[in-house]
Write a protein that binds this ligand. Structure first.
Ligand SMILES: [Ca+2]
Ligand SMILES: [Cu+2]
Length: 310
């Protein structure tokens, strides 16, 4: 593998999280991170194609789900497929994602918008419809690893201390659109980000100060941390005095289960950075501190990943 598409991130200390937005980002805390190299952009369709050609990897979305794993599921839905966004016909209540998400049989990284679609116009876009295990398999093949949440956030901040966005505090500095996020009225009127609806070519929007593309928007990115309502790096109450935690991570799934939900037995990991579906009226998660839980077996049209080397 060549690593010239990676950037060296120096070791250092940063302020992880945010107190100004969603509860799961709190509290802001100091964290220390060892040095590592990270991919400049999310893994592209071209790169994933090479991985599949060499390994014969079949993604989770391309395999029929095992009914034993989904005892409560409608058996007609237990077919190969993935979650695909479709614009609503008009304004809809924003508390019900079923208005714009559906499980589409035959959708996969090869057919991102369903069986009739392909990647002929999307070779340099981030690969999508990858579950956590698919991202992990790619990383292993590439001789790399997936980042922890803390590593990802540290790199995404680009050395800017405590900024709201990866580029600073202003939403649109100089009037510029800085990332591929939803333009128009979510989830029905999509005027496009630099002409793109859905994913966009990696590198179309400005890099952050470390030279990383698409840390904000385009696709959410998998990290290795299991989700817990408060993220990694919190100091134990009994030791508030001491040095900040170094390379914190959450390696046990206990806090990640979505009790009461249909997939309550499936562990969830943290995804970062927001996607082309983030809109200020709906979801302000296109910020380095923002975080979301995603079930490890789930793939969608707006989640991808990038790798690191420690
Ligand atoms: Ca991203
Ligand atoms: Cu969002």
């Amino acid at each position: 593998m060549n690593h010239r598409d990676m950037v060296e991130i120096p070791a250092g200390r940063f302020r992880m999280g945010s107190d100004a937005f969603y509860a799961e980002e709190r509290p802001v805390r100091d964290v220390e991170i060892g040095s590592f190299a990270i991919d400049r952009g999310p893994v592209t369709v071209t790169q994933f194609t090479r991985f599949v050609a060499e390994t014969g990897h079949v993604t989770v979305a391309e395999r029929p789900p095992d009914p034993a794993d989904y005892p409560d599921a409608d058996p007609t839905l237990l077919v190969e497929g993935s979650a695909v966004f479709h614009p609503a016909p008009g304004p809809v209540p924003l508390n019900d994602p079923s208005h714009w998400w559906s499980y589409l049989p035959g959708a996969s990284w090869r057919h991102p918008w369903g069986p009739g679609s392909d990647n002929s116009e999307r070779q340099d876009h981030p690969v999508t419809h990858v579950a956590y295990g698919d991202a992990e398999a790619f990383a292993k093949w590439a001789g790399k690893a997936l980042p922890t949440e803390a590593e990802w956030e540290y790199a995404a901040r680009g050395g800017l201390e405590g900024s709201i966005f990866a580029w600073g505090d202003e939403h649109h500095p100089g009037g510029d659109l800085m990332a591929n996020t939803w333009q128009g009225d979510f989830p029905w009127r999509n005027t496009g980000a630099k002409g793109w609806r859905g994913t966009s070519p990696v590198g179309l929007f400005p890099a952050n100060r470390y030279g990383l593309y698409d840390v904000t928007g385009n696709v959410w990115e998998w990290t290795t941390d299991y989700y817990s309502p408060a993220g990694a790096g919190l100091r134990k109450a009994e030791s508030p005095c001491c040095a900040p935690p170094r390379n914190p991570r959450i390696e046990t799934p206990e806090a990640s289960y979505d009790f009461g939900g249909p997939g309550a037995h499936i562990p969830r990991r943290v995804i970062k950075g927001g996607s082309h579906l983030c809109a200020p009226t709906y979801c302000l998660r296109y910020r380095p501190a923002a975080r979301q839980a995603e079930a490890i077996d789930t793939s969608t049209s707006h989640i991808g990943f990038r790798c690191i080397l420690r």
